[in-house]
Design a protein around this ligand. Structure first.
Ligand SMILES: Cc1cc2nc3c(=O)[nH]c(=O)nc-3n(C[C@H](O)[C@H](O)[C@H](O)COP(=O)(O)OP(=O)(O)OC[C@H]3O[C@@H](n4cnc5c(N)ncnc54)[C@H](O)[C@@H]3O)c2cc1C
Length: 160
């Protein structure tokens, strides 16, 4: 495996994990679609400051960031030659639930079904019921404007 000095420096300053070995790049070269392209590298960011560093790196090195949640997209949305940034491992916390005003503040890697289990404790749920609810993330639903079984009544993600 060829060493990449700038990626090694980036890896050492991130709190999360960065890999660019050939096995990892092969694993993250696809999503639920038929498309395939090996990314430059793969990252599990730990927090917002990691994301900021990644944006800066991508800008300086003229590469792209491909945000990834559950990777259940069907049209190659999570496939590309840049850096795949998977927010599902560490950035998956529910931060605040406002029961009176019916809103929830979350990190983008929260899985829909897990969030709904938590909201059910207060008699609430998130309207669009995407059929991949047990693995799709709220960030991925936002990116796809996801909808589902009850969207005729409750709308799609971006209408919430
Ligand atoms: C069997 C099957 C059934 C499906 N059924 C439905 C359905 O009923 N309704 C429906 O709408 N879709 C459906 N889908 C498509 C997909 O599952 C959903 O759209 C799902 O919401 C995607 O979530 P994800 O976390 O897997 O996103 P990913 O596939 O990881 O990402 C989706 C998009 O969001 C972007 N993204 C991810 N995270 C972020 C972030 N933090 N910030 C900015 N952008 C981000 C990605 O770059 C990508 O463009 C289905 C897919 C499969 C395989």
């Amino acid at each position: 495996m060829e060493k990449n000095e700038s990626l090694d420096i980036l890896a050492s300053s991130l709190k999360g994990d960065l890999k660019y070995d050939s096995t990892t790049r092969a694993i993250y070269s696809t999503d639920a679609s038929m498309y395939r392209e090996e990314p430059l590298a793969f990252v599990y960011p730990a927090d917002d400051s990691d994301i900021r560093q990644l944006i800066e790196y991508a800008h300086n090195h003229k590469t792209g960031l491909i945000m990834r949640g559950g990777g259940t997209s069907l049209a190659g949305q999570v496939v590309g030659s840049g850096i795949v940034v998977d927010i599902s491992r560490y950035m998956n916390n529910i931060l605040e639930i406002n029961i009176e005003e019916h809103w929830v503040r979350i990190q983008p890697g929260v899985i829909l079904e897990e969030m709904n289990k938590k909201l059910a404790e207060y008699g609430l749920f998130f309207g669009p019921e995407t059929s991949t609810a047990n693995r799709c993330t709220m960030g991925g639903m936002l990116g796809n404007n996801a909808c589902g079984l009850h969207s005729l009544k409750f709308g799609s993600f971006n209408s919430q």
